[in-house]
Every structure is written in structure tokens, then in C-alpha cells.
Design a protein around this ligand. Structure first.
Ligand SMILES: NC(=O)c1ccc[n+]([C@@H]2O[C@H](COP(=O)([O-])OP(=O)(O)OC[C@H]3O[C@@H](n4cnc5c(N)ncnc54)[C@H](O)[C@@H]3O)[C@@H](O)[C@H]2O)c1
Length: 416
């Protein structure tokens, strides 16, 4: 199949491209490198050094013997989106290119507006371009399990049967998101569902759980590594915990640490996306997949990180700072995830093994984390109006580069 990936330079887009190429699919990518710029904006960088994009492409050619086609551009530009779709005519479009940080969206009004305008605009541009140019293509849209929030009942895959005042219907399950970012995903879901209905498009809306891990079987070379964000704005809780342990800081689950979420290993998330691509939704179908493998509480993740750190001779402690977010810190959490298994999904990685693998990689890049350790503490507060100034007042990053020659964050240097 010919698969177009929006956000191919990102954490999940990059390994997905490698995974699909290795299985014989043709892959075309789009990116504008905004994640690289925004991670720099908060004074951070990926713990794994990420080469410039031309170098990434060269490494793919050398290691996998395959070409990855690429279009640099912004999904905010409708003409660009329509022209790429018209030129490439993909069978499937995996849409990953969105502002994906909840804390980033909570910094202030400007970050909230940017997040929602960009995310909804990109999705609408893709939907309109698909209708105009390739209405048979299958859209695999990355949503998030965070759309559902943490209701006190089981969470179905998108829809549930309701009986109200003696009448029954199957309706979208109520969403109760926890940040402006997560609400942008909810609004996206409504738009994708509506477009499939009125234009007979095919779509799979992936309620993606939190992904963990840096490696997939295709990442056999340092130049092929994907990014690993560890700062409070862009890093996941598990990423932060491992980075904290690696540089000798306490591991800090927010609040009581009873917050439960769905998680999936990077390799298994790639497997799931491939299964969704290879088994497309039907014309007019809006299919929802809850894409996670197991649920863990933040305390359980902290404990795994502490235990594995000890295996590497790192004596980490666990501390509980106040939760900067507004969320239940102890709650029921039981989402259903049957559809993926129905498509053939099988777990290949266990949490603790992947955490061990991450430690091995991160210890190699310890100096890069050490140089940016000031970005690990929680600064963005859900209730405060001062997050932007708190971020600005944070200790600046040291200017010295800890590992010269190991790759910068500026993709444009060799793209000009
Ligand atoms: N990583 C996770 O654990 C996780 C969990 C749930 C949902 N998701 C969703 O999966 C998707 C991918 O996540 P990720 O972790 O790979 O994020 P990422 O930020 O690493 O990757 C997104 C890529 O898209 C690009 N991009 C963003 N806006 C763009 C635009 N307007 N035009 C062109 N390119 C643009 C960025 O430069 C980046 O390379 C996101 O939609 C995210 O919300 C991720």
C-alpha cells in the first residue's frame, strides 16, 4: 500500500515509517518540524540526538535500502495539503501531525488557541483534500484515550447503547477531556465522524494510549533512533521518571499518583497502526479503536522505574509534589480494547523489559539530560495564570553542548 504519514519526523511518525517500509509498503511523509522548534521553546531537547531530516533520509536508504518520499510543509496550508494528496494519491493517510502536549496547551491563552486552531484546521484540511482528491483513501486519525477522561463506568470503543425514557440508540460515548489539547482531539473526532457520514469517507479514529519506548526492530542504527522527550511539557510521566533516575533526581509522580491511564509499547503501537492500515474501514464507516495494551497507575510506573534503576546501580527515591493538573488522583478506570485483538493484535513487549531498554539508551545520553535537568520539574499549572512567566523564569539551559557532533535539533540547516 502507499501510506502518507503526516508528522513523519515525530516520535511515532518516524518509527511508523520505518516499520511500514520494512514490510514492503510505500511511504510518503509530511512534516514542518514544529515539534523540534517547540521543544527548544521550553528550553529542552530530545535525550536521543536526532539528526537533521536529510540525514535521517540518507540513513533509511543505507540501512533499509528503501526510499522515503518527503514533502516539507504545514498542514495549515490547504493548497499544500491538496497538492500533496493529488500528487501522491495514497491508499491510507495516517494523521499524526498535531500539537500533542497537554501542558503546552495549558501555558496561556495563546498556547490554548494555537493548539485548538492548528489541530482542528489540519484535520479539516485533510478531510476536505481527501474529499476533493482521494475519497477512497482510508484516514487513520490519531486521537487519544485522554478524550474519554476517567468516568466511573467502563469505557467502550467510541460508541455505546443508551436507553433513555423508554427509547434506545447507539451514541458516541461522552467525552470528558482534561486539557485544551485533549479537547482539540474530541472536536477532531466529531469532525472526522461527521465527514465520513456526509462524504462517504473511510476513517479509523485511534484512541491512542500513552506510548513508551525508543526502539523498534527496525531501529538498528543510532541514526535511526526516534526522539525521547523528558521535560515537563513534552515528556510523558514515564519518560520523566526514567530521566530523573538517570541523573540522580527523585522520581516525582504528581499528587497521590493513583491516576490510571492506558499504555502501549512503541513497537506494539506500530503493530496496531499497521493492522488498522492493512484492514481499512469501509466507505462511510467511522471506526473507533481504543489502542492501548494495559492500564497502569502513575505510582506503578514510578515503582517500575525505581526498580529497574536499581538494576543499573541508580538509587532513586520517589517523592510526590502537588499535582499541577486538575484531575482525579484516585479513580476507577476500565476501558475496553477488543477491536485490535480482533484485527490480530498480540502484545510483543512487556513494560519492564522496555523500561530496561530505555535505561540502557538513556544512560548513554545522560549528559544531554544533565544539561537540561532544569526542565524536569513541573512548571505549567492548570489553575494558574502565571505558567508562561514561571516557564520564562525557569533557570536557563547551559550554553555548552554536552556531546559535540551528536546531532542538533535544527532540521533546516541541511534542508535549505
Ligand atoms: N506519543 C504518545 O504517547 C501519544 C499518545 C496519544 C496520542 N498521541 C497523538 O499521536 C500523534 C503523534 O504523536 P507524537 O508523540 O509522535 O508527536 P510528535 O510531536 O513527536 O510528532 C508530530 C509531528 O508532526 C509535526 N507537525 C505538527 N504540526 C504540524 C503541521 N501543522 N504541519 C506539518 N507537520 C506538523 C511535528 O513537527 C512532529 O514531527 C499526535 O497527534 C498525538 O496527539 C500520541
Amino acid at each position: 500500500m502507499k501510506v502518507l504519514i503526516t508528522g513523519v519526523d515525530g516520535y511515532s511518525g518516524w518509527p511508523l515509517a520505518l516499520h511500514l517500509l520494512a514490510r514492503g509498503h510505500e511511504v510518503v511523509g509530511i512534516d514542518n518540524f514544529v515539534t523540534r522548534r517547540r521543544v527548544s521553546e521550553v528550553g529542552s531537547w530530545s535525550a536521543t540526538p536526532i539528526p537533521s531530516f536529510p540525514r535521517r533520509l540518507a540513513a533509511v536508504k543505507e540501512v533499509l535500502g528503501r526510499d522515503l518520499a518527503f514533502h516539507r510543509g504545514d498542514l495549515q496550508d490547504f493548497d499544500f495539503v491538496r497538492d500533496v494528496l493529488a500528487r501522491e494519491r495514497p491508499d491510507a493517510i495516517v494523521h499524526l501531525a498535531e500539537q500533542r502536549s497537554a501542558p503546552y496547551s495549558m501555558i496561556d491563552v495563546h498556547h490554548a488557541v494555537t493548539t485548538q486552531v492548528e489541530n482542528l484546521t489540519g484535520t479539516l484540511h485533510l478531510l476536505y483534500a481527501m474529499r476533493a482528491v482521494c475519497p477512497d483513501a482510508h484516514l487513520v486519525k490519531m486521537g487519544t484515550m485522554g478524550e474519554y477522561g476517567t468516568p466511573n463506568v467502563d469505557i467502550p470503543e467510541g460508541f455505546f447503547e443508551v436507553e433513555f425514557r423508554g427509547r434506545k440508540d447507539t451514541l458516541p460515548f461522552p467525552r470528558r477531556a482534561g486539557s485544551w489539547y485533549h479537547w482539540s482531539k474530541v472536536f477532531d473526532s466529531g469532525d472526522v465522524m461527521f465527514a465520513t457520514g456526509i462524504w462517504n469517507l473511510r476513517a479509523t479514529d485511534v484512541m491512542q494510549g500513552v506510548i513508551y519506548g525508543i526502539r523498534t526492530p527496525e531501529i538498528t542504527d543510532r541514526r535511526l533512533l526516534t526522539r525521547f522527550d523528558f521535560d515537563e511539557t513534552w515528556g510523558t510521566a514515564l519518560n520523566r521518571f526514567i530521566a530523573q533516575a538517570v541523573v540522580g533526581l527523585p522520581i516525582t509522580p504528581y499528587g497521590k499518583g493513583g491516576q490510571r491511564r492506558g499504555f502501549i509499547a512503541l513497537e506494539d503501537s506500530m503493530q496496531s497502526l499497521r493492522l488498522a492500515i492493512e484492514h481499512p474501514a469501509s466507505p462511510g464507516e467511522y471506526r473507533v479503536l481504543n489502542q492501548f495494551d494495559a492500564a497502569y497507575s502513575v505510582n506503578e510506573l514510578a515503582e517500575v522505574a525505581r526498580r529497574v534503576a536499581a538494576e543499573f546501580g541508580l538509587a532513586a527515591t520517589i517523592e510526590h509534589p502537588p499535582d499541577p493538573r486538575v484531575e482525579a488522583e484516585d479513580h476507577y478506570y476500565q476501558p475496553i480494547h477488543d477491536r485490535l485483538v480482533g484485527l490480530g493484535y498480540r502484545r510483543t513487549r512487556e513494560l519492564e523489559d522496555v523500561v530496561r531498554e530505555i535505561f540502557r539508551d538513556l544512560i548513554r545520553y545522560r549528559k544531554r539530560i544533565q544539561a537540561r535537568r532544569h526542565v524536569l520539574a513541573a512548571t505549567t499549572q492548570w489553575r494558574s495564570e502565571d505558567s508562561a512567566s514561571a516557564l520564562a523564569a525557569r533557570a536557563p539551559a547551559p550554553t555548552a553542548h554536552p556531546a559535540p557532533g551528536t546531532g542538533g535539533e535544527d532540521p533546516a540547516r541541511s534542508l535549505a
